[in-house]
Design a protein around this ligand. Structure first.
Ligand SMILES: Nc1nc2c(ncn2[C@@H]2O[C@H](COP(=O)(O)OP(=O)(O)OP(=O)(O)O)[C@@H](O)[C@H]2O)c(=O)[nH]1
Ligand SMILES: [Mg+2]
Length: 324
């Protein structure tokens, strides 16, 4: 007998983490029948059903391939667990679309204690382009946010392709390794948005890491973003910077208006879905992106993504229809 989708949603809402694997399976199933059940499940986890936004801290860990993101999480997860927080990680695997091989031969899996039910680690597929988040990853992050204290999305992002993870997450940390001048250049050129936290990994390499940290901090200051923390961390012995990074992530979350951030994210994601479905031409029918965003801001804050997409669709067809 198939598990009842609403029941699964209710269990997650009541913070029964044992429901999480079945929830993820249902969300990942893109068949029409499963989509209907997933919609019912997600409705049980909407802000209206929860009586507010999902309580988790949604954290994005993004950066170039091989920067050390997974290794960093192998150290961060125990730190969070040590503080009594439950953690779910969605690792977006850029290799899964290719013929087996990963981008780098030495890609690390996030290490964790498999007996600890306060940890859930799951690989998910990419949304096609590097850095893009597939709809199932976005839905999964929001669903898990009802039941876990911290929900992390690890994704490969270079330059400007960070946007999806920014929309999904409350706090985004961009992870770079020493000597990666690209990030510095992208930042200076304004191609890359200023992250909430910057992490220079492989601090065990010494001077080269410290120099990278200093250069990035300087670049941020010259961009008027000197308050963005630049943390140097090592995930291998001697492990360092992990507590500092955890504190920097929390400090950012404490500063932001979470309901406003999540509401804006829902609207931008709906707009993204609308454009993916109907193309840029449809966006023009709405008077362009800014106009579409303004229209979304006039709608009921309680609306979920599908309802927002419908509203955009209706407005676009009304605008296209000849006026009498
Ligand atoms: N010396 C040193 N090596 C590290 C550190 N962190 C990661 N590495 C190494 O860097 C390589 C890549 O690490 P990963 O953690 O897989 O990097 P990633 O950013 O998750 O990589 P992708 O998910 O493939 O993009 C591995 O060989 C790690 O052992 C560190 O702090 N110090
Ligand atoms: Mg990784």
């Amino acid at each position: 007998m198939p598990l009842d989708a609403r029941e699964l949603g209710r269990r997650l809402r009541e913070r029964d983490r044992s429901a999480a694997p079945a929830v993820l399976n249902l969300i990942e199933d893109r068949s029409a029948a499963a989509r209907g059940r997933a919609a019912a499940l997600l409705a049980e986890l909407s802000p209206a059903a929860l009586g507010g936004e999902a309580p988790a801290h949604l954290v994005g860990i993004t950066g170039p391939p091989g920067a050390g993101k997974s290794s960093l999480l192998s150290a961060l997860v125990p730190t969070w667990r040590g503080a009594g927080r439950t953690v779910a990680v969605l690792a977006v695997d850029p290799s899964s679309k290719r013929s087996g091989g990963s981008l780098l031969g030495d890609r690390v899996r996030i290490e964790h204690d498999p007996k600890d039910d306060g940890i859930l680690i799951r690989s998910t597929a990419t949304g096609g382009r590097l850095g893009g988040l597939a709809a199932p990853t976005r839905e999964a992050a929001h669903a898990l946010a009802a039941a876990f204290d911290v929900v992390v999305v690890e994704t490969v992002g270079v330059g400007q392709s960070e946007t999806d993870v920014e929309e999904v997450c409350d706090t985004v940390a961009v992870v770079v390794q020493p000597g990666s001048g690209d990030t510095l250049q992208f930042l200076k050129a304004g191609i890359m948005e200023v992250p909430d936290v910057l992490v220079v990994t492989k601090a065990d390499l010494g001077d080269v890491a410290e120099r990278a940290r200093r250069d990035l901090a300087q670049a941020l200051t010259s961009l008027g973003a000197g308050s963005v923390p630049v943390v140097a961390a090592s995930s291998v012995a001697p492990v360092s910077g992990i507590e500092e990074l955890a504190a920097a992530l929390d400090a950012h979350r404490d500063r932001i208006d979470v309901p406003a951030t999540r509401l804006r994210a829902r609207r931008l994601m709906a707009l993204g879905d609308f454009v993916a479905e109907h193309g840029e031409v449809a966006l023009r029918a709405l008077g362009g992106r800014r106009e579409a965003e303004r229209f979304l801001c006039t709608l009921d804050p309680g609306l979920q993504a599908p309802a927002l997409v419908s509203a955009l669709r209706e407005r676009a067809s009304r605008e296209r229809a000849p006026t009498s």
